[in-house]
Design a binder for this molecule. Structure first.
Ligand SMILES: [Cu+2]
Length: 175
């Protein structure tokens, strides 16, 4: 028999099954997903064609912690650093705009002061080594559930503006 926490009653049935595998009040993973990246690039081919990504997010008393791992990146990108972020909207191949803006905790009413930085947004930049990249982030909030995405950009994230150039690829993250 399933027992559901009141905090979780709004999420979908599949997620409820996963979440109730742990005691109702325990803090733990609320998102674990993987798959082949969807292509957002405007060029015919690129280093993320056919690459796979895995995203895990864990809730703790301090907020949330995210890990992005990308594997199978083409050799042309070896040693390069790419910006990657949690975005508000879904990942739709060929439609980078569908992912919307970065998930920003102030925009969601979760932080008192506005700002674009690695405390109000989940930035997961990574550097490619042996075709693999890993980005991590810890933030003092837990993002609201929804159909969202992790978007990989062409450039490293600018710490002042959050900009990271064209959108190259994405992965759906929904919880
Ligand atoms: Cu982004």
């Amino acid at each position: 028999m399933l027992t559901t926490s009141p905090l979780r009653t709004a999420v979908g049935a599949t997620a409820i099954v996963l979440l109730t595998a742990t005691p109702a009040l325990a803090l733990g993973p609320f998102l674990r997903t993987s798959g082949v990246l969807s292509d957002l690039a405007t060029t015919a081919s690129g280093p993320f064609d056919g690459a796979r990504a895995r995203v895990q997010m864990v809730e703790s008393a301090r907020g949330s912690h995210a890990v992005l791992t990308v594997k199978g990146i083409g050799p042309a990108a070896e040693g390069d650093t790419f910006g990657a972020h949690l975005h508000d909207g879904p990942c739709i191949a060929g439609n980078g705009a569908a992912a919307g803006p970065h998930y920003n905790s102030h925009a969601h009413g979760q932080s008192p002061t506005p700002g674009i930085n690695d405390r109000t947004e989940i930035w997961l930049d990574f550097t490619v080594e042996d075709g693999t990249g890993t980005g991590t982030a810890s933030v003092p909030f837990v993002p609201e559930s929804g159909s969202r995405s992790v978007v990989i950009h062409a450039d490293p994230t600018n710490a002042q503006t959050g900009a990271a150039g064209p959108r190259l690829a994405c992965l759906t993250v929904a919880w």
